[in-house]
Design a binder for this molecule. Structure first.
Ligand SMILES: Cc1cc2nc3c(=O)[nH]c(=O)nc-3n(C[C@H](O)[C@H](O)[C@H](O)COP(=O)(O)OP(=O)(O)OC[C@H]3O[C@@H](n4cnc5c(N)ncnc54)[C@H](O)[C@@H]3O)c2cc1C
Length: 428
């Protein structure tokens, strides 16, 4: 009889793990706390549009995602758009993201612009990003781009995403992010970003259907409340009052939750987890009659605006009937702002939209929602991989732990969750 494994979480990683495990002949049970698949890619009905709660786009190098889409026969749902990027700097909107825009930008010297351009270009071509593992992003940026460039282009992004942790972020993590976006281009003058027609659901639902077809089970509203480990051996999980036995349990939920549900987690894992951090997000999504700018991605450095960017998804997915923008507020769950009521974030949006485009007024707004994810962005500090509890451990045989932090130095993404899902199956 084939071995049964239990997977915790039905986000992209949990679903991919289940799919690859079934293909290898394992029996699979997935437990998902919510009533839907998707995790961070979860969608909702935005008065008629099925769309992600959090902005999602695809980049040219997202190969594991593309391979999976081919396997699931949904590759034709991958669409590409020539996108525009902007930079809102102290009250003025500039074009951004190509050499000409950089050269035309009036608030940096020619030498500084050259340093910026060359370091991004060469940085995106590095072969081995782990070499930067012990350098902080700030050190690296100040060294190669200079202090003025750092303050102008980068500091607000770090400040508004990582706050007091900004000095600790690893340069490996930053540069793999830069590379992923830099490699998503038609040519050096034109950025080209992808999206999945029908939202990320197209992928996660295809995965879900395949899991069911292959005989797997996905249980919704089934929050795992305990991972049972006895004498360093995994015995199964508890979901409320029910107990499910298995000697192999794979957790794909944010690791910060793992300590809460694993009373016998080895001390060395607990010690490592104490030192790790993860920033939450409060994400506002607004449906509009008109675009605020022509850009898909707008970087912001303006003291009146406390978000690092505004993402106009309808400038990427031009099939959307309405204009839709996301405004992400990255806030640690210990920050009291994270817990503020939705209306506060909406009011901030009204102010910011007016600052960015003085023609904007509230009559453009057709609908809005606010969503919160407690652990949305691992804080990838220097030497990060060695700080994480290992995926496998002899002190908890059969309990594999992974989440979006584990594909460091890559940043969180659907493609990396899929990639890691496949690797987890090989590690069983
Ligand atoms: C604001 C934002 C923007 C993003 N933008 C992009 C983008 O543009 N492109 C891109 O590729 N990626 C993007 N991502 C990242 C991408 O969404 C994630 O990398 C990916 O969804 C992670 O999937 P996962 O399955 O690893 O984890 P998660 O999505 O976190 O899934 C974990 C699942 O576990 C469930 N769970 C938690 N606790 C329990 C429990 N005790 N029992 C059972 N189930 C539990 C949760 O409900 C959830 O469904 C973005 C993420 C955010 C937050």
């Amino acid at each position: 009889m084939s071995k049964e494994i239990i997977i915790i979480g039905a986000g992209p990683m949990g679903l991919a793990t289940a799919y690859y495990a079934l293909k290898k002949g394992y029996k699979v049970k997935v437990f998902e706390a919510r009533d839907k698949i998707g995790g961070m890619t979860e969608t909702f009905d935005f008065s008629g549009i099925n769309i992600e709660k959090y902005y999602h786009f695809v980049c040219g190098p997202d190969t594991p995602l593309f391979n999976l889409m081919k396997e699931l026969d949904i590759y034709d749902k991958l669409k590409w758009t020539d996108t525009k990027m902007g930079f809102f700097y102290n009250g003025t909107l500039y074009k951004w993201g190509d050499p000409i825009s950089l050269l035309k930008f009036p608030h940096a010297s020619f030498i500084d612009k050259l340093r910026y351009g060359i370091s991004v270009f060469l940085g995106s071509k590095m072969r081995d990003y782990t070499k930067l593992d012990n350098t902080t992003s700030i050190e690296w940026l100040k060294k190669w781009q200079g202090v003025k460039n750092y303050n102008k282009f980068w500091d607000p992004l770090f400040e508004l995403k990582f706050y007091e942790l900004k000095d600790k972020i690893s340069a490996s993590w930053l540069m793999t992010r830069v590379r992923r976006v830099a490699k998503s281009r038609k040519n050096i003058f034109q950025e080209r970003m992808g999206y999945i027609a029908g939202s990320s659901d197209t992928v996660t639902l295809a995965l879900y259907n395949k899991i069911i077809e292959l005989g797997g089970e996905v249980h919704f509203n089934s929050k795992v409340t305990e991972v049972i480990i006895e004498n360093s051996l995994t015995k199964g999980v508890k979901v409320g009052d029910s107990e499910y036995k298995s000697d192999t349990v794979i957790s794909t939920i944010p690791i910060q939750y793992v300590t809460l549900i694993t009373p016998n987690l080895p001390v060395k894992d607990i010690d490592r987890l104490k030192d790790l951090d993860n920033v939450g997000v409060v994400c506002l999504i607004v449906k509009l009659t008109d675009e605020i700018t022509e850009n898909f991605w707008l970087n912001i450095n303006d003291s009146r605006v406390d978000v690092p960017g505004m993402i106009s998804i309808s400038n990427l997915n031009t099939e959307l009937e309405d204009k839709v923008v996301y405004l992400p507020f990255y806030l640690h769950i210990n920050n009291e702002k994270y817990h503020e009521p939705d209306i506060n974030f909406y009011n901030k949006f009204l102010d910011y939209a007016k600052i960015i485009n003085p023609e904007f007024n509230e009559s453009w707004v057709k609908d809005y929602r606010v969503f919160k994810y407690e652990y949305a962005q691992p804080v990838a500090t220097t030497g990060f991989l060695s700080k994480l509890p290992t995926i496998r451990s002899d002190d908890r045989k059969g309990f594999l732990i992974a989440d979006t932090a584990y594909y460091y130095p890559e940043d969180r993404s659907i493609t990396e969750s899929i990639n890691l899902g496949k690797k987890l199956v090989e590690m069983i």
